[in-house]
Design a binder for this molecule. Structure first.
Ligand SMILES: C[S@@+](CC[C@H](N)C(=O)[O-])C[C@H]1O[C@@H](n2cnc3c(N)ncnc32)[C@H](O)[C@@H]1O
Length: 301
């Protein structure tokens, strides 16, 4: 396993900085896929991991981890990502079912929902991420001759900048209902970029649209620096998540959406662990303690 590598938060691609976190989640999804009681299946995940030199020695099956499920990174944290994938798969399938035919993945990373989910055939999935991440993803998918089940539109743009025209010029229609996902994204963005993102989603959505996002409520993330999850992620794969997370104050995005007339509900991941009867449960000094999954719906007029 790698030692701590330098962190370059603005580095393009998946070789370092925040782009490497997309591979971390892909490795977790690969492990989840191979579990006998898997919560989500992603046959592409291990191919991303195997294609990237930065993670040549990462596991893609729990059997490859010497301490298995006792490993805080590849056991508990990976299971967290598997559970999150399942919860958001279900959210998309539920939300699209009614009338929405546009899905926007904010910070899409190596998300393969366009290839995995049984969505109505007239759906379009817009995948927003930085150019280097999307280029790596495309290379791997092309090598696999992977065929998307629905139309898929990569949108290379940095979410810290204005991104509306990047989305609308490739066919996103603000007048039609849409489903949005910000999975494992917002805490990497500066607070004003998150506020802009929430305002923009509100502006680009009509009634019947939905948004799910992940938030971290901890006031002082550094208090968890020595938690098993952050320590293992630093020591085993050289990713210092606390270095990558934005350090400024966070906006109250759930509250902001409620003030704009959306209905919102907030869950802990542990709520879903209990629902599915597998996944992480609370533990002392827990880096997941402040994690919340927010599901928001914009009422039809
Ligand atoms: C932890 S990964 C999650 C990827 C994906 N949503 C998933 O759950 O598999 C975070 C993703 O956010 C993207 N990201 C972070 N900051 C970004 C920014 N400023 N603009 C666009 N994408 C960004 C990263 O490139 C990375 O792919």
């Amino acid at each position: 396993m790698a030692g701590t590598t330098p962190q370059h938060t603005d580095m393009e691609g998946v070789d370092g900085g925040v782009g490497l976190t997309a591979l971390l989640v892909a490795a977790a999804r690969a492990i989840e896929t191979h579990r006998h009681d898997s919560l989500a299946q992603d046959a592409y995940a291990e191919h991303f991991v195997r294609a990237a030199p930065a993670c040549a020695d990462w596991p893609v099956r729990i059997e490859q981890v010497p301490d298995g499920d006792n490993n805080p990174l590849w056991g508990r944290f990976a299971r967290y990502f598997g559970l999150r994938t399942r919860a958001l798969d279900d959210f998309i399938l539920r939300s699209v079912g009614a009338s929405a035919r546009q899905v926007v993945l904010l910070g899409a990373g190596l998300d393969t929902r366009a290839f995995r989910l049984d969505l109505p055939s007239d759906c379009v999935i817009f995948e927003i991420d930085r150019a280097g991440v999307l280029a790596f993803k495309q290379r791997v998918l092309t090598d696999l001759s992977a065929a998307a089940k629905v139309k898929r539109v990569p949108v290379p743009v940095d979410l810290r900048e204005g991104w509306v025209s990047a989305l609308t010029t490739v066919g996103f229609d603000p007048a039609a209902p849409s489903v949005w996902l910000a999975e494992g994204l917002l805490f990497y963005l500066p607070g004003p970029a998150e506020t802009y993102l929430i305002d923009t989603v509100d502006r680009l959505t009509t009634g019947g649209s939905a948004l799910a996002f992940e938030a971290k409520l901890e006031k002082d993330l550094q208090a968890y620096r020595d938690s098993p999850i952050y320590t293992a992620t630093r020591e085993q794969v050289g990713i210092d998540l606390l270095h990558l997370f934005d350090k400024g104050p966070r906006p109250d995005s759930a509250g902001d959406l409620t003030a704009k007339g959306w209905s919102t509900s907030m869950y802990t991941p542990f709520d879903f662990t209990r629902r599915h009867r597998r996944g992480p449960l609370p533990e002392p000094n827990d880096a997941l303690e402040g994690n919340r999954w927010v599901f928001a719906h914009k009422p039809s007029p």
